[in-house]
Write a protein that binds this ligand. Sequence first.
Ligand code: DAH
Length: 335
Amino acid sequence: MDSQLDQLRAEATAAIAAAADETALEQLRVKYLGQSGAITALSKGMKDVAPADKPRVGKLLNEVRAAVTAALDNRKSALLANADKAAFAGVDVTLPGIAPGVGTLHPITQLLDRAVGIFRRMGFALADGPDIETEFHCFDALNTPADHPARNEQDTFYFDDGRLLRTHTSTVQIRTMETSAPPIRIIAPGAAYRRDEIDATHLAQFTQMEGLYVDEGVSVADLKGTLEFFFRELFGPDAQFRFRPHFFPFTEPSYEVDIKASALGGKWLEIAGCGMVDPAVFESVNARRCDTAFDPEKWTGFAFGFGLDRLAMILSTVPDIRYFTANDQRFLAQF
Ligand code: DAH
């Protein structure tokens, strides 16, 4: 039996080392270690071995089984390694790879994110409203009379059912006051739409940021302080401001804000409209809510609105606003 075992070990290890693939290897495993395999058959023959020889023959049998098992494992690893190597044949892994195109945030989104962050630090929450609006939310509730030029079909996109694409984000002032009672402190960034002739500085869709603050005892000083703080955070401490009296139907008094800052080219630039919420606006909201939550004798507030596109153009030295919507990778990859 000893010589039989020695011979089996030699034969099996040689065959395994020469196995060409995994199928051949599996056949060899069955041939030697399987239920009717050669080593299994020899273990069954142990019962005929003389008792005195049993320990030695048993030990040898175990060694042979271990040797064949190890040979099978080794060959399997070697076959796998060969397959891996073949997969890489002809590939130079030291060549530089193809870098995936990593996107960047749109320049207007970057400016918007900074702006939202500053107002959040002052306690303003984000508010939202639909782009498709009613005349009530876009004009009537904002104290804008029926014959106001902004309501003209030449300026506003109307749908057949009388709804429209909002011409400003001031609609969100009304939407917010309809559903929440004062005090209110919100900003509402979003798209606005006008039937403008499209050129280097005008698009039919642009981006605005609206603000509304309603509380007891709010004054023009709060309005000025809030806007000056905001724009100084955004454009640097050297920013100077002019609050020019102006007219907006929904604020009284109203102002246009000019800014001069080196970050914005060091020239006076008109950047925002603002004012103290007109009591007539509170009254239309009350009528709509069927209550007196916005009693103009008790509450005062300020509102403001500004466009982000022109500021983004100046900050990012973009000469033509149409680049913002052209979706050209060569343009967008620069930010
Ligand atoms: N809605 C105005 C516009 O689109 C901007 C504006 C002016 C918003 C004064 C306001 C405001 O909230 O108080 O031109």
